[in-house]
Design a protein around this ligand. Structure first.
Ligand code: TRP
Length: 331
């Protein structure tokens, strides 16, 4: 029986945080038995915005190590580095001929990056969605677990696949965003200003690499308010966020206790944060330690990366063969 192909990419620009864990990685782990999974580190994509590669290698290693530490099994999924699969670059080349300058310029993420970094508007940045389409289509993946901000890129990938199929014959299935298990969990930063971020607002984001002391410090200064004046009040979103975090790492009894206290207007946020900090540490510390062990074991790391690349190249080569045949580039 052929399992459906699931694929997602992770940019190695920054540190993985709790939002990444509960919004993405935990779901990847759940998918690995049910689907034929490809997860990769998008290091080519990172060059579009981060031309300085001093820290790229260690960032790639960290992403691989953290994903394995979170429970991705390199024997079940293909966990690889994008640049190890040159077939992607060739497909990107073909797809570039099917992508229009106008539609690329209109992409929301492109416009945002131009705004943030007007002095480095390179062609790679413009064609970022084309490379992403190649990442997906090279394995004929149909389910792509990504957040809302990536939906436009997926729509573009579907358009490129359609144009390819229309022009050269049916080779590439259309991929869709995949929201595993319903609602996506949103985790806000601890000051309530937007979501947790891989690289910004670091003192209000909980990272999988944070030390126990750092986790404690960040949680203890999370934004709170006075206890509510009315029983059963609606929680402001930064308070709701603390309850969300507690629901993810604490026992149901603990959560229940603070919920009841909130509803009875007797909640003590200092106590709640103390409890949350300890439960968070119990959750994060084993992952952090396992990731550090893997990252320090260069032989293990390179065998994981090699194994992933082999699996990915096999699948990529099979697609590329059909792509070349369809175009007539098989001499
Ligand atoms: N663009 C994605 C992001 O910013 C990363 C990515 C690159 C990706 N290639 C992909 C995601 C392919 C899904 C599928 O997070």
């Amino acid at each position: 029986m052929n399992k459906e192909v699931v694929l997602s990419g992770i940019r190695p620009t920054g540190f993985l945080h709790l939002g990444n864990y509960f919004g993405a990685m935990r779901n990847y782990v759940r998918m690995q038995d049910e689907y034929n999974c490809y997860f990769f580190v998008a290091n080519w994509h990172s060059l579009t915005t981060h031309p300085d590669t001093k820290e790229l290698q260690s960032a790639v290693h960290r992403v691989i190590a953290e994903n394995v530490a979170c429970g991705l099994d390199p024997n079940k999924v293909s966990l690889y580095v994008q640049s190890d699969v040159p077939e992607i670059a060739e497909l990107y080349l073909y797809l570039n001929m099917l992508a229009y300058k106008g539609e690329l310029e209109k992409t929301v993420t492109f416009k945002e990056k131009v705004r943030l970094n007007p002095e480095n508007v390179n062609a790679g940045l413009l064609t970022y969605p084309v490379l992403q389409a190649a990442d997906i289509l090279i394995h004929r993946a149909v389910k792509v677990p990504v957040g809302k901000d990536q939906e436009q890129h997926l729509e573009m990938a579907r358009n490129f696949a359609q144009r390819f199929n229309h022009r050269y014959g049916d080779v590439l299935p259309e991929p869709y965003a995949f929201n595993y298990g319903g609602e996506l969990i949103k985790i806000l930063s601890l000051d309530g200003n937007g979501k947790m971020s891989k690289s910004e607002n670091q003192m209000n984001t909980l990272y999988l690499a944070d030390t126990d002391d750092m986790l404690r410090k960040k949680i203890m200064k999370a934004k709170t308010a006075e206890a509510p004046a009315e029983p059963n009040s609606v929680k402001p979103d930064f308070i709701e966020n603390l309850f969300t975090l507690m629901s993810l790492v604490s026992t149901p009894d603990t959560l229940e206790k603070f919920n009841t206290d909130f509803n009875n207007c007797v909640i003590r946020y200092g106590d709640m944060k103390k409890q949350l900090a300890e439960d968070m540490i119990a959750f994060v510390a084993p992952i952090r330690e396992k990731a550090a062990d893997i990252q320090n074991d260069k032989a293990l790391l390179s065998s994981i990366i090699k194994q992933g690349a082999e699996k990915a190249r096999e699948s990529a080569a099979a697609t590329l063969k059909e792509v070349r045949q369809a175009i007539g580039m098989n001499y």
